[in-house]
Write a protein of this length. Structure first.
Length: 103
């Protein structure tokens, strides 16, 4: 999971930072300037783009402000983690498009 989070952060400008401890993980969302993307209590169109795309592809996750939580089931296999992060990366592509259009 650490490797997949590192790949995600390296590839996507909207993924500011990521960390995990075992299967508990999180990714901080950033704008194109490297600032946190969302304020804790403000709705965001970008967040809804990411959340909707993940949900449409069968993934449900928790967002808290600029932080996306990842907590897969403890029985997940390494291959399932890689497959899941492909889906997450594709969703982040859409978020990247959105943030690059913002001032």
């Amino acid at each position: 999971m650490s490797e997949e989070i590192a790949k995600l952060v390296a590839k996507h400008p909207s993924a500011k930072a990521g960390r995990n401890y075992g299967l508990g993980a999180g990714i901080d969302l950033g704008d194109k300037h490297g600032n946190f993307l969302f304020n804790m209590h403000e709705p965001s169109e970008g967040l809804e783009i990411l959340r909707s795309d993940l949900r449409d592809n069968g993934l449900i996750t928790l967002f808290r402000g600029h932080h996306m939580h990842c907590a897969p089931p403890l029985i997940i296999t390494p291959e399932e983690i890689r497959e899941t992060f492909k889906i997450i990366s594709n969703s982040f592509d859409k978020l990247d498009e959105y943030i690059m259009k913002q001032p």
